[in-house]
Design a protein around this ligand. Sequence first.
Ligand code: VGL
Ligand code: ZN
Length: 210
Amino acid sequence: MITPGEADILLVVDVQRDFLPGGALAVPDGDAVVPAVNALGRRFAHVVLTQDWHPPDHASFASRHPGRAPFDTVRLAYGEQVLWPDHCVMGTPGADLADGLDLPGAELVIRKGFRPGIDSYSAFLEADRTTPTGLAGYLRERGVARVVLCGLATDYCVGWSALDARAAGFEAVLVEEACRAIDQGGSLARAYAAMDAAGVRRVRMDAVGP
Ligand code: VGL
Ligand code: ZN
């Protein structure tokens, strides 16, 4: 049982219009996380959100790589990068938080992926694996010990954030029903294996509550 207290935060990852059905990079069944995340939000004293937030010419967009298509992989300066449809362009409606997301008490919104040449799945560390977002420092200064994660997508931004939460010394717990995955080419199985190996706990909604 997870009983949220002062040392816990709910980290709500990328619940944005472009990741919901009808959006530019729709996660299958992605809208199902909205009521689950809202219900979780009411059980936590402290909630932090992330927003995927890319410039229009972002290096992760297939449209910037002639001859390449979304879901192809390319090598960038920092290593392998999956290419995506243009999504979550800063300041556009697709980058807005999802309609119906009801987390009025959220205390911080971390935007990530705003450097044109570097992607950032993780809420903690960009894809070059060296540029911090500042979240670890913020959480440490706030006395947080445990990060409970939900949102989109399990196999990319939620999963990488959970791994980096562990690497930064926090406990990490993923609430399964409040996440959905892209799951292309075995990505979800790989993400679960990496999370298991790193000590990320996975729980059901009914295991989280005051
Ligand atoms: C995400 C792919 C590209 C995510 C963000 O939120 O999981 N996935 N940008
Ligand atoms: Zn993105």
